[in-house]
Design a protein around this ligand. Structure first.
Ligand SMILES: [Zn+2]
Ligand SMILES: [Zn+2]
Length: 370
């Protein structure tokens, strides 16, 4: 087994060529920016690495008994005792609060952990200032939000730039099914009405026949969030991601940012992927059965030549606490798509309902008078 390599930029790699100060990745560019003299230091991308970054890895050789011997890298990470989120440790951004739940980070000690190396990364395109403006705009537009929330002075610093882990899967599927095909036909039925007259009506009926068959389909880049720190519902709504712009994983893109380590295992992630593609396979089966109506009584899918990639995608995140509950606000760091959880002010809603009822009452009162 290969010695795991420590995945951290060498200090000289993230030092300004101009003045020697520390560099951080500048969103929207392919460069690191010097916080001291402002110089941009371009990140060089090796063409061979670029090809490797989009290559998929064989799923089977990373799961089960193979998992232990599969190539991995070691990273330095800090874990939140409260919510379990684990992020890479950047000695330059030592936070006192967890970015995911807002709890104080008790143990701020970094520990080493082995992970499947990310193959590719989508660098941030939207910078922190733009992200914060989107957050402010979103807060302002909230209807029936508690006043305290809107007036609470949020700081730009409260927005954390985090690379979130995703698994993407490619798989060839073969599905055998048993079901029924329904063909509609029209028939005339005779009945008698209340006056005893004969009435003929045309009715549609379905003739059902048993069918069985096989469909095959290839699925490309089924995405599964590998972090369970954020709600699946919201994180899925951040899609689509411009995966065509993935670049080879390089820790330089992480400079000034954090990345979360995956908590959904490669195998668990594939189960999620299977659930995502099942409705698509069902559609294929219905098309294969044909006719006017279809019933699927059983289906059995085999997955072959499954491959995967571990990729990191950029999200601006704010975890804000309100009444001891944590709400997440997140932005797709590429497209600016905004998703957020929010508290409701029941006082405001009640007042609005009462005002509405009063208005209706007034209208009735005055129209009665007129
Ligand atoms: Zn500099
Ligand atoms: Zn936490």
């Amino acid at each position: 087994m290969e010695e795991p390599k420590i995945s951290q930029s060498r200090q000289d790699e993230i030092m300004c060529r101009n003045c020697g100060a520390k560099l951080v990745f500048e969103p929207g560019t392919d460069s690191l920016k010097c916080g001291f003299c402002g110089a941009l230091n371009e990140i060089s991308v090796d063409e061979d690495e670029k090809i490797k970054a989009i290559q998929e890895l064989d799923f089977e050789s990373y799961i089960g008994s193979q998992a232990d011997i599969a190539p991995k890298i070691e990273i330095l990470a800090v874990k939140c005792d409260s919510c379990g989120a684990e992020t890479t440790f950047d000695p330059n951004i030592v936070s006192s609060e967890c970015d995911f739940c807002g709890s104080p980070l008790v143990s701020r000690e970094a520990h080493k952990t082995g992970i499947i190396e990310p193959k590719a990364i989508l660098p941030f395109k939207i910078n922190k200032k733009a992200g914060y403006e989107l957050f402010e705009k979103w807060l302002k537009k909230l209807w029936f939000a508690p006043n305290k929330l809107k007036t609470r002075a949020k700081r730009v610093e409260d927005l954390a730039g985090i690379y979130t882990p995703y698994w993407t899967y490619d798989t060839d599927t073969y599905t055998e099914y048993i079901g029924e095909r329904g063909d509609d036909y029209e028939t005339e039925e005779t009945s008698y009405n209340d006056d005893g007259e004969e009435v003929t009506t045309t009715v549609t009926k379905t003739r059902w026949t048993s069918v069985s068959g096989r469909v095959k389909a290839f699925f490309d880049d089924i995405m599964v969030p590998a972090s369970n720190s954020l709600s699946q519902k919201h994180i899925n709504k951040l899609e689509p991601w411009d995966l065509e712009n993935l670049v080879p994983y390089d820790t330089k893109y992480l400079s000034g940012f954090k990345s979360e380590t995956y908590r959904v295992s490669l195998e668990e992630g594939f189960d999620v992927a299977k659930r995502r593609i099942e409705p698509l396979i069902r559609n294929d089966i219905r098309r294969d059965i044909g006719g006017d109506r279809q019933k699927i009584s059983s289906m059995n899918t085999e997955y072959a030549s499954t491959t995967f990639k571990h990729i990191l995608l950029p999200i601006w995140l704010s975890a804000y606490k309100y009444n001891n509950k944590v709400y997440h606000f997140m932005i797709n760091g590429r497209t600016g798509e905004v998703q957020g959880e929010r508290p409701w002010s029941w006082i405001k809603i009640t007042l609005a309902v009462l005002a509405g009822l009063a208005l209706i009452g007034a209208i009735i009162w005055f129209s009665k008078d007129a």
